[in-house]
Design a protein around this ligand. Structure first.
Ligand SMILES: *Cc1c(COP(=O)(O)O)cnc(C)c1O
Length: 410
């Protein structure tokens, strides 16, 4: 039997799923719940205070991106921003019927594009290499006259690979110049990178960019879409004239203020915090290698500039991701898995599969995504238990089933 800790320590290693809210962020939001509750569309002072708060947020966010305030459309989530960018472009130009994307996008992009495919759009899903990187040449080769949109994520949520967005942006720009066209538009989902990388829309040459609040120590249910000047998209939510008529509905004033504060704070401190997390990630991966046999890192090398500094994705051979997850939970340790064994479709992560991992390998993966409050002590605490958990699960699986065989839970 596995030993249990005398005192369970709460260790949160799932910052790619969501983060806590920074106290400074909460403080910035507070006035807009109770005292400054005016509707930003109202003309009297209380309304103007609210609309000023939104406009100041727009200015600050735009400055951090190198864009203009009018480029920023506030939405209700990263998912909504992705939907607006993709449906918005494709429905605006319904005669242009080709989209390029990658096989490793977040479902907020992939499912939208799959829906368009059902409705008659042709889609090129780009392969990635074993580290998860897209081939820029391959992307360029696939652009054609009918291509209306290219959507490539900035950094992947599962194994933290950072795609060469600037290079892709330059190539798309070159294509447009040579062919004297404003298409294809270029969208990137930057939800995972906003906390760690500089997002400069000019350097990246993006037309549309998604970020959200929930991954950067801001409020959940907040997001924004950057829309470059001159780029026309069709609104997906109709009603009032908010957000230049691109996103109807009374604005989430506190949420907008909070997301802006969160974005300012993470961008201020990103280098120092990235260095710290890179070292902590290295430490975690080194300890795992030292103490647990038959492990494999998924994605680019830890510490490489192709990988987010806070992401460690490891396959533990012959173990089910969900079993590990549930065991770790009993010890207060939270992380996620690319396995979906107990979910309806049994398909493991599309991202790990696209990187060429077998079903068995994909099922044995755990993602540790580190964050602000994590320290070496968190890693040490986990390593007190993880080797025994893995050993026990391997023993169970070899006793009951042939090793490595995929087991279907029904
Ligand atoms: C979390 C995430 C989303 C979805 O954001 P929500 O605000 O939860 O809707 C989209 N794309 C990526 C890459 C993400 O990590």
């Amino acid at each position: 039997m596995l030993k249990k800790p005398k005192k369970v320590r709460e260790v949160y290693f799932d910052h790619a799923a969501t983060t806590y809210l920074k106290p400074e962020v909460l403080k910035s939001m507070e006035p807009y719940f109770i005292n400054e509750y005016g509707n930003p569309s109202s003309l009297y002072k209380k309304g103007r205070i609210a609309s000023n708060a939104i406009n100041n947020s727009r200015k600050k966010i735009a400055e951090l991106f190198g864009g203009l305030p009018e480029n920023i459309i506030f939405t209700g989530s990263g998912t909504e921003s992705d939907n607006l960018a993709i449906f918005g472009t494709c429905f605006k130009y319904p005669d242009k019927k080709h989209i390029i994307t990658t096989k490793i996008e977040h479902h907020a992009v992939l499912y939208v594009i799959e829906e368009l495919e059902k409705q008659g759009w042709e889609v090129t899903y780009l392969d990635v290499d074993k580290n998860g990187l897209v081939d820029v040449k391959e992307l360029v080769k696939n652009i054609k006259k009918e291509t209306v949109l290219i959507s490539v994520m900035h950094a992947n949520n599962e194994m933290g690979v950072i795609e060469p967005i600037e290079e892709i942006g330059r190539k798309i720009l070159k294509y447009r110049k040579e062919n004297n066209t404003e298409f294809p538009y270029f969208h990137t989902d930057a939800c995972q990178s906003a906390g760690y990388l500089k997002l400069d829309v000019e350097k990246m040459h993006v037309d549309l960019m998604t970020i959200n609040g929930a991954k950067i120590y801001g409020p959940k249910g907040t997001g924004m879409l950057y829309v470059r000047r001159g780029v026309k998209i069709k609104p997906q939510i109709l009603g009032g004239a908010q957000e230049k008529k691109l996103r109807a509905g009374t604005e989430n004033v506190a949420g907008i203020v909070g997301m802006t504060k969160a974005f300012e704070l993470v961008q201020e401190n990103k280098e120092k915090e990235s260095d710290r997390l890179r070292n902590l990630s290295k430490y975690l991966w080194e300890e795992v290698q030292k103490q647990i046999p038959q492990v494999k890192l998924n994605g680019p090398e830890i510490g490489s500039d192709k990988r987010l500094p806070n992401n460690v994705n490891i396959t533990f051979e012959s173990v089910e991701g969900e079993a590990m997850l549930l065991y770790l939970d009993e010890y207060g340790i939270m992380c996620s898995t690319g396995s979906a064994c107990t979910s309806a479709n049994l398909e493991p992560s599309h991202v790990l599969r696209a990187m060429g991992l077998s079903y068995e390998y994909a099922h044995g993966s755990l993602r540790f995504s580190l964050g602000l409050k994590n320290t070496k002590a968190d890693v040490d605490y986990m390593m007190e238990w993880l080797p025994d958990i893995i050993a026990q699960l391997r023993e169970m699986s070899s006793a009951n089933f042939s090793v490595g065989k995929h087991v279907k839970y029904k």
